[in-house]
Write a protein that binds this ligand. Structure first.
Ligand code: AQP
Length: 330
């Protein structure tokens, strides 16, 4: 049986968070053994909102090092910078010409901005789902491992791919499936546990960054908002704070929610937070030690060049096929 292909990426629009790790990065690492894995750093997606160039460069380098520090192995996975493979933007433009304004208007992230009364979003922000569709379709990926917030974009990708396949009466694109984990598809802010933990949030009190010092991370967990019910139960509606901590623990320990509940049911909230903080700190320390080692080795450029070369070969072949099919190339 042929190995199935997977593609995913993270945008370095800030320091990567525990949400990025649980919802994306640790799954990429898990899948690299069984799938042909393509993982890119989605730098083109970051500039859909304003960025400071030197901060962005730092975030980009940090994200790439974190991919490796978290356990992605360049011998197994193709790791590259999105902008190094020009085929992404070219196919992005083509797919934008096969997408409708109504579809992009329905994208939740865009709708949320409009609902908040924000009017200064860029054209790039509006069309980023079509670029994301290109990121995926260039590689004929079977699966796209994502957190819940990105599922809608994979569904749009499927719609565009099916539309073009039907229009040209051939299997131009493979129809990808979003791949969501049972636990950890959405990690919430520790201070506002009904809101997603996001790297570009203004306040960082509720957000754990992978490069936070263990002391800082522990403090954030110990100050996480809980409730007055005084019981450790998985009840996201009535106990969103405690439930979020349970999910964090289960995801990092790679066990079920029930297993965490069994282990912690008799703990008081303070003890439970310490239990979760120990797990988080242990994860961060492992990643950060590896990060320091890899930075020292100075291998990043080589990994990204090799990855881009490999990705480009596949992407270019698909782009040419698309261009010939739609008639813009002889
Ligand atoms: N809190 C989260 N819980 C679970 N999964 C998450 N992901 C992000 N945050 C969480 C997943 O990580 C992958 C890469 O996401 P991204 O960084 O490219 O985009 P994003 O979802 O917009 O992430 P942020 O942190 O919220 O970025 P900003 O603040 O810049 O918008 C995706 O699979 C995502 O689901």
């Amino acid at each position: 049986m042929d190995t199935k292909r997977m593609i995913s990426g993270i945008k370095p629009s800030g320091h990567l968070t525990l949400g990025n790790y649980i919802g994306a990065l640790q799954n990429f690492v898990k899948y690299q053994d069984d799938y042909e894995m393509f993982v890119f750093i989605a730098n083109l997606h970051t500039i859909t909102v304003p960025q400071d160039p030197s901060e962005l460069r730092n975030n980009l380098e940090e994200a790439a090092l974190l991919y490796l520090a978290a356990g992605l192995n360049p011998q197994k996975a193709t790791i590259f910078l999105q902008s190094d493979v020009l085929e992404h933007t070219q196919l992005g433009h083509i797919l934008a010409c096969y997408s409708y304004l109504g579809e992009l208007n329905r994208m939740t992230q865009y709708k949320d901005k409009v609902a908040k009364g924000e009017t200064n979003h860029t054209v790039g922000f509006y069309t980023y789902p079509t670029l994301m569709a290109a990121d995926i379709l260039l590689y004929d990926a079977h699966f796209v491992p994502v957190g819940i917030d990105q599922k809608q974009h994979v569904e749009l990708t499927r719609d565009i791919a099916e539309r073009m396949n039907n229009r040209y009466n051939k299997e131009l694109f493979l129809i990808p499936e979003p791949l969501l984990e049972e636990v950890g598809v959405k990690i919430y802010d520790l201070q506002e546990p009904t809101k997603k933990m996001s790297k570009s949030d203004i306040s960082d009190k509720g957000c754990i960054y992978l490069m936070d010092t263990p002391k800082k991370a522990r403090k954030k967990i110990m100050s996480a908002v809980t409730d007055s019910l005084d019981k450790i139960a998985y009840d996201p509606i009535n106990q969103p704070g405690i439930s979020n901590l349970i999910v964090i623990a289960a995801s990092l320990k790679k066990v079920s929610i029930e297993a965490i509940l069994l282990e912690t049911q008799d703990l008081r909230y303070g003890e439970f937070k310490k239990y979760v903080a120990d797990i988080v700190v242990d994860t961060l320390e492992t990643i950060q030690n590896k990060y320091a080692e890899i930075k020292e080795q100075n291998i990043l450029q080589e990994v990204l060049v090799d990855g881009a070369n490999k990705a480009r070969t596949i992407a270019n072949k698909k782009l040419k096929e698309v261009q010939r099919t739609i008639g813009i190339e002889l």
